[in-house]
Design a protein around this ligand. Structure first.
Ligand SMILES: Nc1ncnc2c1ncn2[C@@H]1O[C@H](COP(=O)(O)OP(=O)(O)O)[C@@H](O)[C@H]1O
Ligand SMILES: [Mg+2]
Length: 295
């Protein structure tokens, strides 16, 4: 019998990740795979005195890594464990600027983006010159994002130079980026789920009181038939990043669509409710087909 371990974050984490791990366990067990859900708090992998990688995960055929802790995932892969998603894919998606760089020059439309200039001393003031170039390149309104934000929390809109100054000062000491605001997508975007490099389904998210359409920010989802252009863009992104599973956010541009970000650890509870698609089952089937090919 195959055995799987589902690793979730060491600390309490959002209720969604408990739901997610529970659903995956259920679907694995339906297919005769024993699955343990474990908090990632037991040093599943570490380094020994001789510099050797030590693993505390034995007896498992694969690992569904619902955490983002990149040290443990990288070490686990060195022990030969197959992680869903792979370490490098999660790492590339964790940082929005890195994701954009990985997807650049591949014919994937993305809103014009300036990488934030990292500041190491909070007492340094951002120069007028820097703000002038951001404003000149992107125009107002423009978007300021922290590279590691999620659930809409690290995304803000600057309507004018004064707001840009305030936001830029807030994020200057953390990885961040400046982006053209796709105003035609105000409060509205598409969430697409891709599994094994194949489009699964999509929902539209709309918020009436915020430019961010995240469900966690009050956005409401409805089923959406994604046009071929969107499907192809999302599949390409997932394949380039080598993701087994992801949720891609797509913005409605003036003339076409823009890829907004790729979530390696996309929650699927709301998505399953809105679309009626059994994401956990499809992901499980993909995982088992990969494992079959490997054996
Ligand atoms: N460049 C942009 N133009 C317009 N709206 C945007 C832009 N970037 C993000 N948004 C809105 O903000 C939301 C959150 O941004 P996103 O980059 O997906 O970060 P998060 O990881 O917090 O979800 C998006 O779903 C979208 O509604
Ligand atoms: Mg998002």
């Amino acid at each position: 019998m195959m055995r799987a371990v589902i690793l979730i974050n060491a600390y309490s984490g959002p209720e969604h990740s408990l739901y997610q791990s529970g659903r995956l366990k259920e679907e694995l067990e339906k297919r005769g795979v024993a699955a343990d859900i474990r908090r990632n708090n037991f040093f599943a992998a570490s380094l020994g005195d001789g510099g050797e990688v030590l693993s505390r995960l034995s007896g498992y055929d694969f690992c569904i890594y619902l955490d983002k802790d990149k040290y443990i995932s990288r070490l686990l892969e060195k022990t030969g464990m197959r992680l869903f998603n792979p370490h490098a894919a999660v790492e590339a998606c964790d940082d929005k600027m890195t994701t954009a760089i990985c997807l650049s020059d591949a014919g994937i439309p993305m809103p014009k983006t300036l990488p934030g200039l990292l500041c190491y001393d909070p007492s340094e003031r951002i120069t007028d010159e820097t703000l002038d170039s951001v404003a000149a390149e992107l125009g107002f309104p423009l978007i300021v994002k922290t590279s590691y934000g999620s659930l809409g929390k690290g995304v803000a809109k600057a309507e004018d130079r004064e707001e840009l100054r305030t936001l830029a000062e807030q994020v200057k000491c953390m990885p961040h980026l400046f982006q053209r605001c796709i105003s035609s997508s105000y409060g509205r975007d598409i969430r697409v789920i891709v599994i094994g490099g194949k489009y699964v389904a999509a929902m539209e998210r709309r918020s009436l009181h915020d430019f961010r359409s995240n469900l966690e920010m009050g956005g409401v989802g409805s089923p959406f038939e994604a046009p071929e252009e969107v499907r192809a863009m999302c599949e390409k992104a997932a394949r380039l990043l080598r993701l087994d599973y992801c949720g891609v956010d797509v913005l409605f541009g003036e003339r076409g669509y823009y890829l907004c970000e790729v979530n390696s650890n996309a929650f699927f509870r709301g998505f399953e409710e809105v679309t009626g698609v059994n994401v956990a089952r499809l992901y499980t089937e993909h995982i088992l087909s990969v494992m079959e090919e490997r054996s």
